[in-house]
Design a protein around this ligand. Structure first.
Ligand SMILES: [Zn+2]
Length: 436
């Protein structure tokens, strides 16, 4: 169905079809509490990928799966032309919401398909090709680090290193992808021109301001530490207290120290967490010999993280002295503040105005695939409101009307990007940037 306007036929957003797609996808890995449980490269992730691939294939997209399992639905309008990448991720946190990531993938699929119909109706050939994408392991729940697929695509991590990462059971990313049939051999769509992603906000700034679209201007800095606390296994009964080197006790002091950083650095803004703790031998009758903590620091100000890290390492020293444990930090990932492409932000603002959508600029606190891809090409990131800011929880919710206006917005942005409206994508420096 098309409508005529100023001699050009435009295809209206099909909200009902989009919402039906979301409902279908949400059945895969559905939880009793109304959410989804779809860990990266699990059987459920495989079924979700199959669902997406079939949806895209039926509409004429070519499916490509690269070495790290990124799933692309490609429309190659011009042979050899750069790609506008548009998508998010189908994997979820454990017992999580239906929207996070999945919304952005399904929105991208519907937006790109609408562009296809529009181009066909008008006999147009867009300047750039488009690739709908579901990036592998955005969440970092089963496999650490997060943003695995988009980091490999952006060449900040090699496919070999990413495939070798193991989950807690010792299953590698490569083995898990093979098991679900997504250890791909295709070349990923290349070169990229620009990347676009829409996501639920996972905060409530949009809801508080009564706006329907967020234009993401920058991301918070984040430091993620994997910390090993080494003690000595001993009997919990007879071992004299003074002789114990209890790794769990040391870890407990570190968890408290991480929380206290917030007050120590107040009023500067800092979020901290330890959300995963693995202990050995994990027996009620043995003093813990080893504890692994996953500790995160996040702030919009990278200087705050520099100070927080210094205080954290001072805490290591105090805990060593007080408990006799050894503490090391074998893995650290530091992500800086990155500003999204200024011209892309203006393009998104103009798109919102053209559609009559109330928008505002904000930051993303969480990491996103568009940040990783934004290291090689301009990226445009959009948010829709999330009810009460609930995220990584089964009760995650956004009203249908807001979800649909987000798809409309993404289509408008995608149309402009595919037409080459972002000047930085047609400048000669693009090739130099993506070739690094
Ligand atoms: Zn997400």
């Amino acid at each position: 169905m098309t409508t005529e306007s100023a001699g050009r036929r435009s295809v209206p957003v099909d909200g009902a079809a989009f919402l039906a797609s979301m409902r279908e996808l949400s059945l895969i890995g559905a939880t009793a509490g109304g959410g989804v449980h779809r860990l990266a490269a699990s059987a459920e992730d495989g079924q979700a990928r199959d669902w997406l691939a079939q949806w895209l294939r039926q509409r004429g997209f070519t499916i490509k799966v690269d070495a790290i399992g990124n799933l692309f639905g490609v429309l190659e309008w011009r042979r050899g032309a750069p790609y506008v990448l548009c998508g998010s991720h189908l994997d979820s946190q454990p017992q999580a919401g239906k929207l996070d990531g999945a919304y952005g993938v399904v929105a991208a699929a519907h937006a790109a398909d609408r562009l296809r119909l529009q181009a066909e109706a008008n006999g147009e050939v867009p300047a750039f090709n488009v690739a709908v994408v579901s990036w592998t392991n955005e969440e970092g729940a089963r496999f650490q680090p997060s943003l695995l697929g988009s980091s490999v695509y952006s060449k900040t991590m090699t496919a070999a290193d990413a495939l070798a990462v193991c989950d807690e059971a010792g299953i590698s990313v490569g083995e898990a992808l093979t098991a679900i049939g997504y250890a791909g051999r295709d070349q990923a769509p290349w070169p990229p021109a620009v990347c676009a992603e829409i996501h639920i906000e996972q905060g409530h700034a949009l809801e508080d301001a009564g706006r329907s679209i967020g234009l993401v201007a920058f991301n918070w800095a984040a430091h993620k530490y994997e910390i090993e606390v080494i003690g000595r296994q001993a009997h919990t009964g007879p071992t004299p207290m003074a002789e114990r080197r209890d790794a769990l006790l040391g870890a407990s002091y570190l968890i408290v120290a991480a929380r206290e950083l917030v007050e120590q650095l107040a009023p500067r803004l800092l979020h901290t967490s330890v959300a995963r703790l693995v202990t050995r031998p994990n027996s009620p009758n043995s003093v813990t010999s080893q504890a692994t903590l996953f500790l995160e620091l996040r702030s919009p100000d990278p200087e705050v993280l520099v100070d927080a890290e210094r205080l954290l390492f001072e805490a290591f020293e105090r805990v060593r002295q007080n408990t006799g444990v050894a503490i090391s930090c074998p893995k650290v990932v530091r992500r800086g503040v990155r500003h999204f492409d200024a011209e892309g932000l203006e393009l998104a603002r103009a798109s919102a105005h053209a559609l009559g959508l109330e928008c505002m600029e904000l930051a993303t606190v969480a990491g996103q695939d568009a940040i990783a891809v934004g290291t090689i090409v301009p990226s445009v990131m959009l948010f829709v409101p999330s009810f009460l800011g609930i995220g990584h929880h089964e009760e995650e919710h956004t009203d249908d009307a807001l979800l649909v206006s987000g798809v409309d917005m993404l289509t408008e942005v995608l149309a402009r990007l595919c037409a080459g409206d972002l000047r930085s994508t047609v400048r000669g420096d693009l090739t130099a940037r993506v070739a690094r």
